[in-house]
Design a binder for this molecule. Structure first.
Ligand SMILES: Cc1ncc(COP(=O)(O)O)c(C=O)c1O
Length: 387
């Protein structure tokens, strides 16, 4: 059977591959500590679940407009306006089925065949598939831990060609846990503007900064080529509810919404009501999660950092890059061996780009006890395999 050649352009995530391996090991009776995936271990707060029940009891179960319900778009606009001291209207917001779909829609809306998009290395691998589906070409730029994993303007400039259309940034970062300063963000906004690029800022971890403050690309200095991606998945532990959004100029929002039509018609109506409750309801649940992620980063640092194995101390999100270069193994091999030998699942660095062949990423979105246990097993394993 001959299937579409587009299939070969997808970049399957190495994280999902480890999840499948870990699930198989678990099925065969092995106990596994899951540090491979960014799946918060918190329950969705009860008031959000209550609102979803209420919406379904009230039969709010029909299709919504492509770009989402007016009331959720308004809530997202108000949230962004308050946080960033800018004027965002509902016409600047498109609700999507998660941040993943938001990124896909943006690529469909802005790219022509052959357009190039600058992507972070290390960076989240899913960007690559969306860019490819939009007909574009991903061009990695380097994030160096010695420079806080911030983009280097000279390096970026050297990657610009007549085909460069956009640049993706992601702070707090996956897999780095890096956070950006407002000075650095201003530089990036200027860089994008002077090269006439869309600046796509993935801020899905915006609520989880434990050192410093979150800096959004959407501020009073940003041009109308700034595109912000975020959602409720991480902030409210709602990954399975599938609600994210795009904030951008009206033209991009209208185009993105048109691309929703053939793939989903609209995001789930019930989930949209739940997301509204999340955004407009009490926010102490977010603070609780932030405190937990901060504490867990501290636990992992106390074990792996003390052993000199943490590439760079994270300041946000719930990830950490661990150096495995002493073992002489590439990250794919190491990850398999670690899982088989000691039952800890982690993500291979190379799935985040060439820069990270000698690293693994751990997620600390699991219980304090498991962070301690998993980190200790990883530290002892690296030590035992060091050449
Ligand atoms: C950097 C980054 N962006 C976007 C997403 C997408 O989130 P969602 O679950 O809302 O699709 C993730 C999820 O892991 C992520 O790590």
């Amino acid at each position: 059977m001959k299937l579409s050649s587009r299939l070969s352009k997808l970049h399957p995530s190495g994280i999902r591959a480890v999840m499948a391996l870990a699930a198989a090991r678990k099925k065969s009776g092995m106990s596994v500590i899951h540090m491979e995936v960014g799946q918060p271990d918190f329950k969705t707060p009860q008031h959000i679940i209550d609102e979803a029940f209420k919406a379904s009891r009230n039969q709010y179960i029909g299709y919504t407009p492509n770009a989402g319900t007016d009331s959720l778009r308004e809530s997202v606009a108000e949230r962004a306006s308050c946080r960033n001291k800018v004027n965002v209207n509902k016409e600047n917001v498109c609700i999507t089925s998660g941040g993943v779909m938001a990124i896909y829609l943006v690529m469909m809306a802005i790219l022509e065949n052959g357009d190039e998009v600058l992507v972070p290395d290390p960076g989240w691998p899913n960007y690559l598939s969306s860019i490819a589906m939009g007909g574009g070409k991903a061009k990695p730029y380097m994030l160096n831990p010695d420079n806080n994993y911030w983009p280097d303007i000279e390096d970026l400039q050297s990657k610009i060609t007549p085909n460069t259309k956009a640049m993706i940034i992601n702070f707090p970062g996956n897999p780095t846990g890096a956070v950006i300063t407002s000075e650095k963000m201003d530089e990036l906004i200027n860089f994008a503007e002077s090269n006439d690029l869309y600046l796509i800022s993935d801020e899905i971890y915006e609520d989880f900064v434990f050192e410093g403050k979150h800096v959004s690309a959407l501020n009073n200095k940003s041009s109308d080529k700034v595109i912000l991606i975020s959602g409720v998945s991480k902030s409210y532990s709602m990954t399975g509810w599938r609600i994210g959004w795009i904030i951008a100029n009206e033209e991009i929002i209208e185009a993105s919404a048109q691309f929703v039509e053939p793939i989903a018609s609209c995001p789930s109506s019930i989930s949209q009501y739940a997301a509204e409750a999340a955004i407009n309801g009490p926010q102490d649940c977010v603070k609780e999660m932030l405190d937990a992620y901060s504490r867990r980063a501290g636990i992992a640092m106390s074990v792996l950092g003390k052993a000199g194995l943490v590439v760079n101390k994270p300041q946000g999100a719930f990830y950490m890059m661990i150096d495995i270069s002493n073992t002489g193994q590439n990250s794919d091999d190491f990850v398999r061996n670690l899982l088989d030998d000691v039952g800890v699942a982690v993500a291979p660095g190379q799935t985040f780009g060439h820069s990270s062949m000698n690293s693994i990423r751990i997620s600390t979105a699991i219980s304090d006890a498991d962070v301690m246990k998993g980190s200790t097993l990883i530290r002892d394993y690296i030590t035992s395999k060091s050449l």
